[in-house]
Design a protein around this ligand. Structure first.
Ligand SMILES: *Cc1c(COP(=O)(O)O)cnc(C)c1O
Length: 386
């Protein structure tokens, strides 16, 4: 289906909503039936029919249809956060005594799920270097049920060869799950490469306006039903109809936004790479990136996120650089209009944070939708602090 068809028409059922051009916000917790027969019918399938908004809400259903199509999946579920989507996808595929093989530097709360949460229920894990397929294969145990991937990750951007990982896991009867937040569905579709489950933090590009936290899970229909009936309905981490409508608004422009971020980030990353105060730039779309060829093979773009090792002699120089930046906001997350900077030095004094061991001269940038020349002017003057 054409991307424009998905973003404008798919799932909108306008004839039910007075021809509304914008998707309607059905802000109702429950739905009434005209007859007992209709009521009984709806109860046979609470994902399909609106009975109660924890199960099905018409605004959320429009969003599910579009997100599934964007990922080339049969169906999708939407959650109240990316972390809820990750946790639900993982919990649905483990049991007491099971083992997960997971990439070694996943998103911090995915790391916490593996190390602090799952062990309470008798689920063990092995972290592996996802760049090395042999290491993944060696980590597989007889009780491994899930291979958890994040390609690229959102700080140093290591990739996994998704098609090779999917083939390996399938040959051992292991389910694969990939966090695709970095690329968005615009630039990578893991399901087409054989991955079973795709999760997103919809907080990032899908919403794209820094005002909603949400998560997405895409998969085959029977997997979606299984997760719906257990994790989604039981844990209840649903998105509100109003937030779903905001994501639908964000999706109308997702193609323009992600492409603009990508184009600006390519320019700025290439310029920074040549700058004397910069030691190294990590960005999968730069030819200097260690896995550049794999990125070109399985991704269609890289978006607005890259990291820089500053050529600073001490942490004070990094801090001066950060204080001089005027046009980047000092903030976590990414995917909105506003360009952001996230320094590892900022976590340096918080013991136990997954990223407190990162090099202090590593700084992550998110390039938003502002004029890239205007952003480069700011970077140029701030780099003089080093
Ligand atoms: C932000 C993020 C998450 C978590 O999503 P939330 O919406 O913040 O819960 C998971 N994975 C990646 C790669 C992320 O960037």
């Amino acid at each position: 289906m054409h991307l424009s068809e998905i973003l404008t028409h798919l799932g909108e059922w306008r004839e039910q909503y007075f021809g509304a051009v914008a998707p309607p916000v059905i802000q109702s917790s429950n739905f009434a039936f005209r007859t007992l027969d209709e009521f009984r019918q709806a109860f046979t399938d609470e994902l399909k029919y609106p009975v109660y908004t924890r199960g099905n809400n018409p605004t959320v259903e429009i969003l599910r249809a579009k997100l599934a199509a964007l990922e080339g999946a049969e169906d999708a579920l939407v959650f109240s956060s990316g972390s809820a989507a990750v946790a639900s996808a993982v919990l649905a595929h483990v049991h007491a005594g099971a083992h997960v093989v997971c990439v070694q530097s996943p998103y911090s709360w995915t790391h916490s799920l593996m190390t602090r949460f799952l062990p309470r229920f008798g689920v063990s894990h092995t972290f592996v270097d996802g760049c090395d397929l042999n290491a993944i294969e060696r980590a597989i145990q007889p009780n491994t049920t899930l291979l958890y991937l994040e390609s690229p990750n959102s700080l140093t951007f290591e990739l996994q060869d998704l098609a090779a990982c999917a083939a390996l896991a399938r040959s051992r009867g292991i389910v694969t799950c990939a966090d695709n937040s970095y690329c968005s569905p615009l630039f990578q579709n893991p399901i087409a490469l054989g991955i079973d489950l795709v999760v997103h933090s919809g907080t990032k590009y899908l919403n794209g306006h820094s005002d909603v936290v949400c998560g997405v899970l895409c998969s085959r229909r029977e997997v979606i039903y299984k997760v719906f009936e257990s994790e989604l309905m039981t844990l209840g981490a649903i998105i509100s109809p109003h937030d779903a409508a905001l994501i639908l608004r964000g999706l109308r422009t997702v193609e323009l936004r992600v492409q603009r971020s990508h184009d600006s980030a390519c320019r700025i990353a290439a310029w920074l790479e040549q700058h004397p105060k910069v030691e190294r730039v990590l960005y999968p779309w730069l030819p200097s990136f260690p896995q550049y060829e794999l990125a070109q093979r399985q991704m269609r773009g890289a978006g607005g996120l890259f990291s820089v090792y500053l050529r600073a002699s001490d942490i004070a120089q990094v801090e001066n650089f950060l204080h001089r930046l005027q046009r980047f906001l000092l903030a976590v997350s990414w995917g909105g209009y506003e360009s952001l900077v996230l320094p590892m030095a900022g976590f340096y004094h918080i013991p136990g944070r997954a990223n407190s061991s990162r090099p202090w001269n590593l700084v992550r940038f998110y390039i938003g939708l502002e004029d890239p020349n205007w952003l480069m002017e700011d970077l140029a003057q701030a780099l003089q602090a080093i």
